[in-house]
Ligand binder design. Structure first.
Ligand SMILES: Cc1cc2nc3c(=O)[nH]c(=O)nc-3n(C[C@H](O)[C@H](O)[C@H](O)COP(=O)(O)OP(=O)(O)OC[C@H]3O[C@@H](n4cnc5c(N)ncnc54)[C@H](O)[C@@H]3O)c2cc1C
Length: 416
């Protein structure tokens, strides 16, 4: 039999986690090939809200969340929805989510999230310099808005936890104080928190493109291919594509919301689901946005993208195959118009994408329990862009068996 060519490292997935991981491996002298499906319009990394949301250390599975969920679920176009056809399928994930919201687990997840944020914030700084990317960022902070004093008071324990973890913020308790950061908001938003260290990319697709171009310029390769199965043997790990096999010494699975299918082919069962999200991108001139706006009680954000405005969010627990329901984008846009009366809502482009989500709101960043040569980096949910540079540093350290700056147990592939 002819000798097969064995690559040094193959990364599966050219989303933000895959590309950042590939760059971090390259900078440690590794030779990297990335595989991705030929056409991919729903890649979350290209059309998300573009936020490096370093202050968002609070896991979604928070104590008390299960009391709020039924109210949200009553409205089929509300911030959280489960299509009836997916209700039974998602039940085991929901059960784990509920368990993750208990105070003991929540505290562990919060600490883990905060430590990953710290690593990610430092790693982004290095990455921006490395790819000369400052021109692609907006350092304008974030306003998290509350409709009335009650909603604001309910958020205070979260702000307290942020303070304990060193997150910088300013609390604003009048519409006038809010208007100093963002004029033009409906005065029903009477309270807010401003987080100055929040950063936005001008456009996540352009940011990803800068990283991809840098990777290619440094000798990296990207191949089109739909990965079907991993086949480890004594010498290496083979990857079966349609009609072809490739082999590598190490394989990094960064396939976003599809990663669990690949992990299962070597016997790892990881309860990854997708939180589908929707948005509409409006052209330049839609609104004079001064900072990133988060309407947490309504589950969506308004953010500046390429000088235009992107309105998006919502969580639909509907799996990977259901057709998008763009009524969700329309509802979010209508709400945004009532919150920002001068918003021009014409000429928008709608989109739906798949957040890769694990029930405890933390990613898996670990070696496969079944084969040390296969590494996993997926499941970043709402925070994949935010945590991409930090995840990549951890992946590169794991892959080269060098020391890791944080406790990795919360990101283990064995924790489920
Ligand atoms: C509406 C919305 C708004 C968001 N806003 C933000 C935000 O502001 N900030 C933030 O931090 N995060 C945000 N997120 C989350 C963020 O977009 C994701 O967490 C992140 O993009 C996940 O990146 P990824 O690289 O893991 O996955 P993806 O970007 O989905 O990339 C995975 C890649 O793997 C490839 N792949 C999958 N299966 C295979 C296979 N079998 N063979 C070959 N290739 C395969 C896919 O083609 C894809 O290119 C948002 C998400 C949504 C939906």
């Amino acid at each position: 039999m002819a000798d097969r060519h064995v690559q040094d490292v193959i990364v599966i997935g050219a989303g933000i986690v895959g590309i950042c991981s590939a760059l971090a491996l390259q900078s440690r002298g590794r030779s990297v090939l990335i595989l991705d499906r030929p056409q991919m319009s729903q890649r979350a990394s290209e059309m998300n809200a573009g936020a490096f949301a370093f202050s968002d250390i609070e896991p979604l599975a928070t104590p008390g969340i299960m009391r709020k969920a039924p109210k949200w679920l009553l409205d089929p176009l509300g911030p959280l929805s489960i299509p009836p056809s997916y209700a039974i399928k998602i039940a085991p994930w929901m059960l784990r989510f509920w368990r993750a919201s208990w105070p003991d687990r929540h505290q562990l997840a919060l600490n883990a999230q905060a430590s990953l944020m710290e690593v990610s914030q430092s790693a982004l700084k290095v990455l921006v310099a490395d790819v000369d990317g400052e021109e692609l960022l907006q350092r304008e902070g974030q306003l998290q808005l509350f409709e009335g004093e009650r909603e604001y008071r309910a958020s205070l324990p979260v702000w307290q936890r942020r303070r304990e973890h060193g997150v910088r913020f300013e609390l604003l308790e009048t519409p006038d104080a809010i208007a100093a950061y963002q004029p033009g908001l409906d005065p029903r938003f009477s309270h807010a928190g401003f987080t100055p260290d929040w950063i936005n990319s001008c456009d996540p697709a352009r940011w990803l493109d800068r990283l991809r171009t840098t990777f290619l310029a440094r000798g990296g390769e990207i191949f089109a291919g739909d990965v079907k199965t991993l086949i480890p043997d004594e010498a290496c790990v083979s990857i079966r594509l349609e009609g072809k096999d490739l082999s590598a010494k190490q394989v990094i699975v960064c396939a976003g919301a599809w990663s669990h299918h690949i992990a299962r082919t070597i016997g790892d069962r990881i309860p990854l689901e997708t939180e589908r999200g929707y948005n509409t991108t409006l052209p330049q001139g839609a609104f004079d946005l001064k900072t990133h706006l988060s309407f947490s009680g309504h589950g969506f954000v308004v953010t500046k993208i390429n000088g235009g405005v992107r309105v998006g969010g919502a969580v639909e627990l509907g799996g990977l195959d259901l057709e998008p329901n763009y009524k969700r984008s329309e509802i979010l846009l209508k709400k945004a118009q009532s919150f920002l009366p001068e918003l021009k809502a014409d000429g928008g482009r709608q989109w739906m994408g798949f957040r890769p989500s694990l029930p405890d709101s933390l990613p898996v960043i670990d070696r496969s329990p079944n084969d040390r040569r296969v590494l996993y980096a997926f499941g970043h949910g709402h925070l994949g862009l935010t945590q991409s540079a930090g995840t990549a540093e951890l992946v590169a350290a794991l892959a080269s068996d060098t020391s890791i700056p944080i406790d990795m147990s919360a990101f283990s592939a064995r924790r489920f």
